[in-house]
Design a protein around this ligand. Structure first.
Ligand code: CAP
Ligand code: MG
Ligand code: MG
Ligand code: MG
Length: 487
């Protein structure tokens, strides 16, 4: 037992100089929770498995502090002096401490980082988002609906011409936003620069026909930073400002890639795809970190948008509570995590301006959604002017098995329209093809907005009618529609 890491009820952990964490820790059989908790605190801050004679008065002062423990629930609260973290806003360094070696300590049977709290004085050292969802809404001129998007499917295997044609079809069908799928990169059959050129031409044609701005999110994940930057710079050369986002596979490409993009391209929407997160976040995984933790670090790192899950409506594991909490942590100025209320303000919670912003958001979040939509009509949405006070919003990006007829149910569960929906299979499997799939999404939203059931609206909207027929019967979805009230 490394007692020097125990500091129960030490009030100093709340003085703003500590990052706070809650872990669920299960020791190997026969070992005590407290004993292993001190091993975890040591290994994730200054120590190792043995007390070293080389420790100094100063280094001991940087020890993590176990300030609370719940032996019933196997919960342990640990405070880290954030002075131990690398300077200049480095996220990967924090995770190397608090979500690093400790997952491998043999005396640990389970160790899950459930929540983190960043004090205001710490926030000022981290980037936070730059180009936000508000900027994207302004570019698209879409304020009174979610941004309706798709992922091009098949996941991989199309030529650049075939790929671009599907983008055109989706955009002409009324969709706003198309993304590369997470593994799309520079494959022989779809060379990167040719893909970009083809998408640019398809976007021009679609904007010409529809008169509406469109966006494409390009995956810039690559073998190294030089290649990533080369791809990003090519996109900038070819595409109009605002018409593109940079997608990064944040888990497999890593936090340095996320932060490199955020710092080199502050005027570009940074789209964090979380492929691989399930290995850490699934509720049944005893070792890893929660979706809430991933969401908080992605926002701190400066992602403009992060995938946060379909709240149990789509194909991925995850449940309403987890995914709605993640969406709230992404979007709002102050929101409850699983254990901590995080206020994304660089000044104290007591600051009256911040309180006013938080109250206004509370009101929005709890008011009737159609009223909210109506209030957005004149796009009189106030942007938070005092950016310097607030870590800007990060928008939830919703994908994973959604389709047009699940949209009303999803809207009801989420209680907000501030997200990007991306339906891949749910658009490109439409029996009348992609353009009809896009139309079905737009029609499903229109029906919901007017408070008309999908069936009634489908009476004179063929694409939606076919979608109800097809997805309603489709085995993958019928059970998802149970308890689905036609709102
Ligand atoms: C969805 C998707 C997304 C995952 C990501 C896919 O396609 O493009 O990458 O949903 O999950 O490849 O499966 P569909 P999450 O719309 O066809 O399901 O958003 O939960 O990170
Ligand atoms: Mg080591
Ligand atoms: Mg076509
Ligand atoms: Mg995908």
């Amino acid at each position: 037992m490394q007692k020097e890491y125990i500091a129960y009820d030490d009030p100093s952990v709340h003085n703003g100089t500590y990052l706070l964490c809650v872990f669920r820790i299960i020791p190997q059989d026969g070992l005590s929770l407290e004993d292993i908790a001190t091993e975890i605190a040591a290994e994730s801050s200054t120590g190792t498995n043995l007390k070293v004679g080389s420790a100094t008065e100063f280094s001991l002062n940087l020890n993590a502090k176990i300030y609370k423990i719940d032996k019933e629930k196997n919960l342990v609260w640990i405070a880290y002096p954030w002075a131990i973290f690398d300077s200049d806003g480095n996220i990967q360094n924090i995770l190397t401490f608090i979500a690093g070696n400790i997952f491998g300590v043999s005396e640990v049977k389970a160790c899950k980082l459930l929540d983190v709290y960043f004090p205001p004085q710490m926030l000022v050292h981290y980037d936070g988002p730059s180009y936000t969802f508000d900027d994207m809404r302004d570019y698209l001129k879409v304020h009174d609906s979610p941004i309706l998007g798709t992922i091009i499917k098949p996941k991989i295997g199309l030529t650049s011409a075939e790929y671009a044609e599907l983008c055109y079809d989706f955009w002409v069908g009324g969709g706003h936003f198309v993304k590369n799928d997470e593994p799309q990169a520079n494959q022989d059959f779809c060379p990167y620069e040719k893909m970009v050129d083809s998408i640019q031409m398809a976007m021009d044609r679609a904007e010409e026909i529809t008169g509406c701005p469109k966006i494409h999110s390009f995956n810039v994940s690559a073998v190294d930073f030089d290649e990533m930057i080369k791809r990003a710079d090519y996109i900038i050369k070819v595409m109009k400002p605002g018409s593109y986002a940079f997608l990064i596979d944040g888990i497999t490409a890593g936090w340095m890639a996320v932060q490199t993009l955020r710092r080199r391209y502050p005027d570009v929407f940074l789209h964090f795809h979380r492929a691989g997160h399930g290995a850490f976040t699934r509720e049944e995984n005893p070792i890893g970190f929660s979706v809430a933790v991933l969401t908080k670090f992605a926002r701190l790192a400066g992602a403009s948008g992060l995938h946060t899950g379909t709240a149990g409506v789509g194909k991925m594991a995850g449940n309403p509570a987890t995914d709605i909490t993640a969406a709230s942590l992404a979007l709002r100025t102050g929101s409850e995590g699983p254990f901590f209320k995080q206020v994304w303000s660089k000044v104290g919670e007591k600051d009256s301006d911040i309180q006013a912003i938080i109250e206004n958001e509370e009101k929005e979040w709890s008011q009737d959604l159609r009223q909210l939509v109506a209030s957005r009509k004149s796009s009189n949405v106030k942007k938070i002017k005092d950016d310097w006070r607030v870590v800007k919003k990060m928008v939830p990006i919703i994908s994973g098995g959604l389709n047009p007829i699940l949209l009303p149910k999803f809207l009801k569960i989420m209680g907000t329209i501030d997200y990007i929906t991306t339906m891949g299979g749910g658009v490109h499997s439409h029996p009348m093809k992609t353009q009809a799939g896009a139309k079905a999404v737009v029609q499903a939203y229109e029906a919901w907005k007017q408070g008309i059931s999908l069936e009634d609206y489908a009476k004179d909207h063929e694409e939606l009618c076919v979608a109800i027929e097809f997805y309603g019967k489709h085995k993958a979805y019928s059970h998802k529609l149970q308890g689905y009230e036609h709102v």
